[in-house]
Design a protein around this ligand. Structure first.
Ligand code: GRF
Length: 321
């Protein structure tokens, strides 16, 4: 089992979602641990619970501070805790753009509506007033625009006859307490999720000129060129023979390079069975610190080595400028 992701939970109020995150983290092989609960309100009920659970806490009232100064102090506490992901759970402060941008892709929020509907406040009352059949909740990535980042997961909650904003809020919270721990767990462990890795690889491989996807011996393969004259330049290998890692297979310049890579960086490269004999290298993808820029570079190289001349010639000319 890989090391657990370290999350900080930011709260302003009751902190029931924070509690759900904490208790989920105590069960079995949850892939994250809560290393800090921080708040802009020292009286937030959730802080006392976190402390009683033995979790480090930090509180700093924002009154009398500029947004930037308050955010800087919160961020310093987050960094001090060694957290790699920030999870907002009823944190009722807009964060400054700089803070949000520094944590891009590493900060999540839960919002009590079916986004993109009803960003901002009073979501339940607005859903009822619009006679919607359902309210619900969304977990999304945090971007500078309020409640507008990519939605990672949602749960729909029906609106029943006689519903009030309060009764709906209560039921939506039950859904949130199920959804948030699961969505956070999935997100922090996406780096070893074969489906997610294939999606990333596919988007990158198919962004190269004249490429298509074609299965080969049960693996996703990517080809350049048309029809029968096309050639494979990459394979996604979920369980390469003799390896329990998830890998991209790409073409090297030959055996010398292949063996050099495997010898120097065995945590990144391996010689795959069968394909290795013709100079393909396995590049391990299920690493938390994987650099997708390296993957792009390998895809481009491999593509170039088998692409028809009429395509590479244009790139060679472009390279000269
Ligand atoms: C939740 O409904 C969440 O969607 C919203 O704020 C509320 C926080 O509640 N962002 P709690 O403090 O977790 O109980």
């Amino acid at each position: 089992m890989a090391e657990k992701a370290r999350i900080v939970v930011l709260i302003s109020g009751a902190g029931t979602n924070m509690a759900a995150l904490v208790y989920a983290s105590r069960i079995g092989d949850c892939p994250y641990e809560v290393v800090l609960v921080a708040s802009n309100d020292p009286a937030a009920a959730g802080l006392a619970l976190a402390a009683a659970e033995g979790i480090a806490t930090f509180a700093l009232p924002h009154k009398g501070m500029t947004r930037d100064a308050h955010d800087a102090a919160m961020e310093a506490a987050v960094l001090e805790s060694g957290a790699d992901t920030i999870v907002l759970a009823g944190y009722m402060r807009i964060l400054s753009d700089g803070f949000v941008e520094r944590w891009a892709g590493r900060m999540l929020n839960i919002h009590p509506s079916l986004l993109p509907k009803y960003k901002g406040l009073d979501t339940h009352a607005r859903a009822i007033a619009a006679a919607d059949s359902h309210g619900g909740t969304s977990v999304h990535l945090v971007t500078p625009e309020l409640d507008a980042g990519e939605v990672l997961a949602q749960v729909r909650v029906p609106i029943v006859p006689g519903e009030t904003a309060e009764s709906l809020a209560e039921r939506v919270k039950l859904a949130e307490h199920q959804l948030y721990p699961r969505a956070v767990a999935d997100y922090v462990s996406r780096w070893r999720n074969p489906g997610w890795l294939l999606e990333q690889l596919r988007a990158r491989a198919l962004a190269l000129p004249e490429t298509s996807e074609q299965e080969s011996f049960g693996s996703a393969g990517f080809r350049v060129g048309e029809g029968k004259s096309g050639k494979y330049f990459a394979y996604f290998s979920e369980r390469p023979h003799g390896h329990d890692r998830i890998a991209l297979l790409a073409k090297t310049s030959g055996m010398d390079e292949l063996h050099g890579l495997v010898e120097d960086q065995p945590e990144t490269y391996f010689k795959p069975a069968f394909y290795g004999a013709s100079g393909w290298v396995g590049i391990i993808l299920d690493r938390p610190d994987l650099d997708w820029g390296d993957v792009d570079a390998w895809l481009q190289r491999s593509w170039r080595s088998v692409a028809p001349k009429r395509l590479t010639r244009l790139l060679d000319i472009a390279d000269e400028f």
